[in-house]
Design a binder for this molecule. Structure first.
Ligand code: ZN
Length: 63
């Protein structure tokens, strides 16, 4: 099951959304089942179709 567009639209990076002028937009990577934030380079894993929106659980991108 894919993550719905509606859900994706309301989700934001919990770290960046607190920054002034940043929306915390996330990019959905369906093949990896994760949401990535291009602002802080963190990847939020999606477990059982539920995104884990916790900074402590997020993985730093190795790019
Ligand atoms: Zn972020």
């Amino acid at each position: 099951m894919a993550l719905s567009k509606e859900l994706l639209n309301v989700l934001a990076c919990p770290k960046c959304v607190r920054e002034p002028g940043c929306t915390g937009d996330l990019e959905y990577q369906e093949e990896k089942q994760q949401l990535i934030c291009r602002h802080c380079n963190l990847a939020y894993l999606i477990k059982d179709d539920i995104p884990v929106m916790l900074v402590d659980e997020a993985v730093t991108l190795q790019e």
